[in-house]
Write a new protein. Structure first.
Ligand code: FAD
Length: 573
């Protein structure tokens, strides 16, 4: 039977980085196992390669079917009436980086100084900055913050590409005193900044599958990639991980390795640990799982960025003309000033086009999220069957600071969207709700395209009907007027409509062994067992004030160096 030095579970953002970096050593054998399809420059579908990402993330072929999540918390909602919504998590090589929104930023230096309080000084800002530099090839900026020869291309959306709507809102905010900041990944301060993206010179996505698993990396004899293969569980002998059990046509098959590296993402990594016997002992027993290690923190500490948006029906001249362009063109960093919240804790995205279809082209959105959120939820298992998705409960807005900030954000958005300075670019303003209904019409396909073209034609042709049609068919009776005149009504709307930004982190968080809720140490090693690490976004102890792909890649780059150093030390011992 073949035996590997390392088997990596999950070929997502982090898994691809580890596979590429560890196999730089020709004596180190690695098996990378991914449940979804292979993605390479030759076989990648057009919508995955495109620099316009919204068709990729709403294509159900690229995500875990059946994954649902509770978004809003229980504070303003009775538990039994809470609803779940579909929650997209990638299921293809490259993981999130193959379908995500391509926004590429890093977060605040203080985010990483907080990580160091849990995981040790190797996570403080000065220690992670060299890894942010290592991973990137920044086409626009130089200096102490930037790298020039890493695998991930980074660039900013130039002003001349911004739509009329985005330019008008950015101009309004600048006139109100928010400075223009050229480099989102430079010094951390509030202001209006062009979005930084991982799109290359040819307007194509730069995913970890393409940037790290290059043709020459794939040719390494010490790297094996198995796609469309599901790992069922990690196999233990006593408390030592010895390999994994995969599904195969002929039934379960065991693959042995010296060390197992879990990179299945924030939702599926804790599920894998629990299924394999690591979790709260009482929960494991209830599911009939033999206890390998009693770690109460597995699946806890789930965090996301709670978001809300206000949309505007755009006048024709203010719409995005080049439909290959990315829709999120500008970010605005704000400080809420709410007690206990860090500077730059809020992010506003100015969105030129709200979906790929004709109606989306006519709607601009102001999408605000709490970038330094405090609410915590959990992931738990409902079945030991790997095909049954876990329970995912974000419990968003359960921390009062998040609720206050999102309410404040909504009121600010409403004021901005109605400002007379924007009269020339928009007509109707309405609250947006990222519901399953919206998802359904946003999934790519001919029928959705035809329906949306007919509907948007009607909205353009009959301005007298527009307001009524939007209130009745788009927002289903929820009006700005009603929300702005009654705080209780607004809070109910926030509970119902709060969305995430697909940035789940924290469910296998790092910390010291005597920290009851820590799952891993600062090097990803799982407490209580041997030869097993978690190396993905789930180990982040707190959510960074950033979109999470670049922080995850940084984390995986750093983990790869820890593993290499430990291997070297073992070999010379
Ligand atoms: C729709 C969407 C939009 C996003 N937009 C942005 C953005 O614009 N900018 C940004 O910075 N971040 C964005 N993110 C977040 C970012 O992509 C993630 O933070 C990042 O990809 C996390 O990496 P990961 O390695 O932890 O997990 P993932 O990349 O999710 O990788 C986990 C991998 O493990 C595989 N896997 C899971 N279970 C098993 C199993 N049992 N057997 C085998 N394989 C398994 C999965 O199929 C998946 O490929 C977005 C994410 C999504 C989903």
């Amino acid at each position: 039977m073949t035996r590997y030095d390392y088997v990596i579970i999950g070929g997502g953002s982090s898994g691809c980085v580890l596979a590429a970096r560890l196999t730089e050593d020709p004596d180190c054998s690695v098996l990378l196992i991914e449940a979804g399809k292979d993605i390479s420059r030759e076989n990648a579908p057009e919508e995955v390669l495109s620099g316009y990402p919204a068709k990729a993330y709403f294509n159900k072929d690229f995500t875990w079917p059946g994954l649902q999540a509770f978004l809003g918390g229980t504070l303003g909602n009775r538990a039994e009436t809470r609803r779940t919504a579909k929650y997209e998590q990638a299921r293809l090589l490259g993981g999130g980086s193959s379908i995500n929104g391509l926004i590429a930023n890093r977060g605040a230096p203080t985010d990483y100084d907080r990580w160091a309080e849990y995981g040790g000084p190797e996570w403080r800002w000065e220690a992670v900055l060299p890894y942010f530099r290592k991973l990137e090839r920044d086409l626009d900026c130089d200096g102490e913050y930037h790298g020039k020869d890493g695998p991930i291309t980074i660039r900013r959306f130039p002003r001349e590409d911004w739509s009329g709507f985005v330019s008008a809102v950015a101009g309004l905010l600048q006139a109100r005193g928010y400075p223009y900041i050229e480099d989102q990944n430079g010094e951390w301060r509030d202001g209006v900044m062009p979005v930084t993206s991982s799109i290359d010179e040819n307007e194509q996505r730069v995913s970890c599958a393409l940037a790290y698993l290059t043709p020459s990396v794939r040719q390494r004899p010490n790297l094996t990639i198995l796609t469309e293969t599901m790992v069922r569980r990690i196999v233990f002998e006593g408390r030592q991980a010895v390999g994994v059990e995969i599904e195969s046509g002929a039934g379960p098959r065991r693959i042995d390795a010296d060390e197992v590296l879990l990179c299945a993402g924030t939702v599926h990594s804790p599920a894998m640990l629990i299924r394999s016997g690591i979790g709260r002992a009482a929960d494991l027993r209830e599911l009939g799982i033999e206890v390998v290690a009693d770690r109460a923190g597995v699946g806890q500490n789930l965090q996301e960025h709670p978001a809300i948006s206000v949309s505007c029906y755009l006048r024709p001249a203010a719409r995005l003309k080049n439909l290959n362009r990315h829709h999120t063109q500008v970010h605005v960093r704000f400080s809420s000033g709410v007690e206990g919240c860090a500077p730059g804790d809020m992010c506003l995205a100015l969105i030129a086009r709200s979906a790929w279809h004709a109606l989306g082209q006519r709607i601009g959105s102001l999408y605000f999220w709490v970038n330094n959120s405090h609410s915590k939820g959990h992931v738990s298992l409902r079945s030991t069957d790997v095909r049954v998705e876990p329970v995912v409960d974000f419990n968003m807005l359960s921390d009062e600071r998040d609720r206050v900030r999102l309410r404040q954000a909504f009121l600010f958005l409403a004021e901005i969207a109605h400002a007379p300075e924007l009269d020339s670019v928009r007509t109707k303003v309405f609250p947006a709700n990222f519901s399953d209904r919206v998802r359904k019409v946003s999934s790519p396909g001919l029928w959705n395209g035809i329906q949306m073209r007919v509907f948007s034609g009607l909205l353009d042709a009959a301005p007298f009907l527009r307001s009524w049609l939007v209130d009745t068919l788009v927002t289903q009776g929820i009006t700005m007027q009603a929300l702005l005149s009654d705080t209780a009504e607004l809070d109910r709307f926030l509970d119902r409509s709060v969305a995430g930004v697909w940035h789940p982190v924290g469910t296998c968080r790092m910390g010291t062994e005597d920290d009851r809720l820590a799952v891993t140490d600062g090097h990803g090693r799982v407490h209580g067992v041997g030869r097993l690490r978690v190396c993905d976004a789930s180990v982040m102890p707190t959510i960074p004030s950033a979109n999470t792909n670049i922080p995850t890649i940084m984390l995986a780059e750093k983990m790869a160096d820890f593993i290499k150093a430990e291997r070297k030390a073992l070999a010379t011992a």
